[in-house]
Design a binder for this molecule. Structure first.
Ligand SMILES: Cc1cc2nc3c(=O)[nH]c(=O)nc-3n(C[C@H](O)[C@H](O)[C@H](O)COP(=O)(O)OP(=O)(O)OC[C@H]3O[C@@H](n4cnc5c(N)ncnc54)[C@H](O)[C@@H]3O)c2cc1C
Length: 295
């Protein structure tokens, strides 16, 4: 409760949640309680939160997260409250909590091309930079020019070399760093062409992905030389279920919450799929989804 009093000094009470079910903050719609969850609205608030002497966890839109059923101890800082942006010629500078879908609409409405690939990715800019999110042959690395972040010691830095790789960035090694904002370099283009491209990509997504069920997108990374979904399908696992977790019948690369799944169901299914694919094809599927929290 001491922490609660500290939090109330830093941010508005309506942005503080105690014993908050993480299923309200993940697209899997599973996950146990966060002791304290805060949604700061300014960098100054973040600075003060970082100074607190407790364990900290950062989340964006929770669209690449599996929070275990035991929940998260200490303080969970959700970054969707940082959501402003500016446009200067062909550069959009946006705060980490801006949704990618919103930014790709903004780009389109300003006749800027380059962010079409991101229109159907349900994450925030911060989560997307952290993960080097990508789709349809493009990824964040092709548009991110510079990122401002705050280190766990409260120092604000800027970097231009993000060391992007397949679903990774330097931020996965910068323990305790919070991404604050990024500059995205786009190109001037034709609004109608950009819109058509986005419509086309959304139609393809809607047809091929189980968007009507809670999930965290592709559960596994693409193993070198293979496609995770194809391996899982070939192993006969489409539709395989543990509790409420199911290998999607539409796209085997997605594990979905088919109804009242727990995170334990999903974890058990991840393990089962890994074991079966390893046994049949000697390929180790590595989760793309970040697994956090307590058992
Ligand atoms: C239906 C569906 C479709 C998807 N399609 C795609 C796709 O096509 N391509 C793709 O790459 N991904 C896809 N995803 C996965 C997901 O949307 C992306 O990985 C997204 O970039 C995650 O952003 P987020 O804000 O939800 O991050 P979260 O899931 O909240 O967090 C992801 C990681 O980033 C960290 N993090 C988040 N914000 C910050 C910050 N500001 N500072 C520091 N660390 C931070 C978290 O600690 C965590 O480690 C999909 C997910 C769903 C549900």
């Amino acid at each position: 409760m001491v922490l609660l009093e500290e939090l109330k000094k830093i941010t508005k009470e309506e942005n503080i949640f105690v014993n908050e079910p993480m299923k309200n903050h993940t697209t899997f719609r599973t996950g146990g309680p966060a002791d304290y969850l805060v949604i700061p609205e300014t960098v100054d608030e973040i600075k003060k939160l970082i100074e607190l002497d407790c364990k900290k966890t950062f989340v964006g839109n929770g669209s690449n997260l599996l929070v275990k059923d035991g929940g998260i101890r200490g303080l969970t800082i959700k970054l969707t409250g940082l959501n402003s942006y500016t446009i200067n010629d062909d550069i959009i500078e946006a705060s980490a909590g801006c949704y990618l879908a919103m930014l790709s609409q903004v780009a389109m409405k300003n006749s800027l091309t380059g962010l079409e690939f991101a229109c159907g990715i349900p994450g925030t800019l911060g989560g997307a930079v952290m993960m080097n999110a990508g789709a349809y042959g493009s990824e964040m690395s092709s548009v991110v020019l510079e990122t401002e972040y705050i280190s766990k010691n409260g120092i604000i830095n800027k970097i231009t070399d993000h060391e992007f790789g397949y679903r990774k960035s330097i931020f996965q090694q910068l323990d305790g760093a919070i991404i604050l904002s990024s500059k995205l370099k786009l190109q001037h283009g034709n609004m109608e062409e950009i819109k058509n491209k986005m419509d086309e990509l959304m139609a393809s997504r809607n047809a091929k992905q189980p968007i009507n069920y809670p999930s965290a997108g592709s559960t596994f990374k693409r193993p070198e030389g293979f496609f995770a979904g194809k391996l899982i399908e070939d192993a006969g696992l489409k539709g395989y279920r543990i509790g409420g977790a199911e290998v999607s019948t539409l796209h085997a690369g997605f594990i979905i919450n088919a109804g009242n799944a727990t995170s334990t169901d999903i974890l058990n299914l991840i393990k089962y799929v890994q074991d079966m694919v390893k046994e049949k094809y000697n390929v180790l599927l590595e989760p793309e989804v970040k697994i956090i929290g307590e058992d």
